[in-house]
Design a protein around this ligand. Structure first.
Ligand SMILES: Cc1ncc(COP(=O)(O)O)c(C=O)c1O
Length: 452
């Protein structure tokens, strides 16, 4: 589906939209919910929300000429043109980072960062378990062990109090994940890393423009990784970036992502002074991304306003607990999550609550599950390579440690997440979400009893 808004039209609409939001914020509070008493949609009633939500991704006609220009130039590879470097400068600027390296994806950004921070075969990396599976895989592909810190059920991010006890003589790095665009509490994590001389790599793949104590995610550790995959707030189909403030580290990232050539070298560069791979971004991706900087800023502001509004009202519903952010931080809400307590809903199971909310026209999911039980870690630790690199005793205690992730288990079992595009709608649309949750609560006894 094509978004027919022109750039000028978008800015005009966004300006009107934010004026309306301000007005609604002042004048409007959800009080009378007409269908709160109506039959739940799951039991044959009318959904609270009729009609859809805005599609994702969206684009503007004004972007087309620069994509066509790249096409007609034949200069599709970054070594033949300047668009990727231009994007890197612009993205670094947006974050307040010294440098940025564009990559083919968020996964390859993680692979580059782990290599450059010297995570080698037989090492261990302390990582958030509550993340997209690429975070685990990037560590495993380096033949290192992803050692899971626990998740803080209040914040849904790495519990800093659980990190230090997991450090061994093999630990090389800590990899916190700003999941759903919610910043991790980085001060205590960085303090532990400094004390034990460990690298810090931020997985900021969902945290474009998120802020922690006045600084953007992506500038808070040694290196940080972003994803621009299609679902992301600034998408280019596939794409990624490494950001940081060290020229030395970013030069090494550049070399590793460009088959080991010295930074800046493409055709004719001879010195292959380091190992490397091909993780380069294409020119097409760069021109699509560059045109989204303003859009990202505007949409982030709107998501934040709507998320604040949701939190204010949802937390008044018994059994609904919006995520807590670290002090002085701002999220960007790739998903808007809240924790669900079935005890306040007549024991209505979380998965049935999800079904009921979807039926009311509010798309939602349960977020991540306990992925360490899915088999990929068993496959890794039973492989010849891992058995050569780690003792049988270490692999046994490692496998057993998954059962100790009590905070993460709780988060996986009780989270409800709303996709980011819902937060791009109007303030009144947020009322549909609040109304649907209240309606389900009012009818939770009947819903809990109903089969299916
Ligand atoms: C937290 C997290 N880490 C890593 C990745 C990997 O990024 P990509 O899909 O661009 O390889 C993603 C992408 O969804 C992600 O959400």
């Amino acid at each position: 589906m094509k978004n027919s808004l022109t750039r000028r039209g978008f800015i005009r609409n966004a300006a009107v939209g934010s004026a309306v939001l301000t007005w609604l914020g002042a004048r409007h509070a959800p009080q009378a919910f007409a269908s709160e008493t109506g039959k739940p949609a799951l039991l044959g009633g009318t959904p609270v929300r009729q009609g859809g939500w805005s599609p994702w991704p969206t684009w503007r006609e004004s972007w087309e000429p620069s994509v066509i220009k790249v096409l007609r130039s034949g200069k599709w590879f970054r070594g033949d043109g300047g668009h990727v470097a231009e994007f890197e400068a612009g993205y670094a600027d947006l974050l307040g980072a010294k440098r940025c390296l564009a990559t083919a994806s968020g996964t390859t950004a993680l692979l580059v960062s782990l290599h450059v921070m010297d995570v080698d075969a037989g090492d261990e990396v302390i990582v958030s378990p509550y993340t997209f599976i690429a975070t685990y895989n990037a560590i495993l592909i380096n033949k290192a062990l992803p050692v899971f810190a626990d998740t803080d059920p209040a914040t849904l991010t790495m519990d800093p109090a659980s990190v230090e006890s997991r450090i061994t003589e093999r630990t090389r790095a800590i990899l916190p994940v700003h999941i759903y665009g919610m910043p991790c509490d980085m001060d205590p994590i960085n303090a532990i890393a400094r004390k034990h001389k460990l690298a810090v790599i931020e997985d900021a793949c969902q945290a474009w423009l998120a802020e922690y104590k006045g600084r953007k995610c992506g500038t808070l550790g040694d290196l940080a990784c972003f994803s621009f995959q299609n679902s992301k707030h600034i998408p280019s189909g596939e794409g990624g970036a490494v950001t940081g403030n060290s020229d030395e580290l970013l030069d090494r990232c550049h070399a590793f992502h460009n088959v080991g050539r010295a930074t800046g070298g493409f055709r004719g560069a001879k010195e292959y002074f380091t190992r490397g791979s091909n993780y380069r971004m294409q020119q097409f991706q760069a021109v699509i991304l560059m045109q989204q900087f303003d859009k990202l800023v505007q949409e982030t502001a709107r998501r934040r306003e709507n998320a604040d509004y949701l939190s204010t009202h949802l937390k008044q519903i018994p059994g609904i607990q919006p995520a807590r952010l670290p002090e002085d931080s701002r999220a960007v809400w790739h998903l808007y999550p809240f924790r669900y307590d079935a005890d306040h809903f007549h024991g209505l199971a979380r998965d049935k609550f999800l079904k009921a909310l979807n039926a009311e026209g509010i798309p939602c999911s349960g977020g991540y599950h306990e992925q360490y039980f899915d088999g990929l870690l068993d496959e890794a630790i039973n492989s010849r390579g891992f058995k050569r690199l780690f003792s049988a005793e270490r692999l046994k205690t490692y496998r057993e440690s998954f059962n100790e992730l009590k905070g993460n288990r709780q988060v996986c079992a009780t989270t409800v997440g709303l996709p980011q595009n819902l937060l791009l709608a109007d303030r009144r649309d947020m009322d549909h979400i609040i109304e649907a949750v209240r309606k389900i609560q009012a009818h939770s006894a009947a819903l809990a009893k109903a089969a299916g």
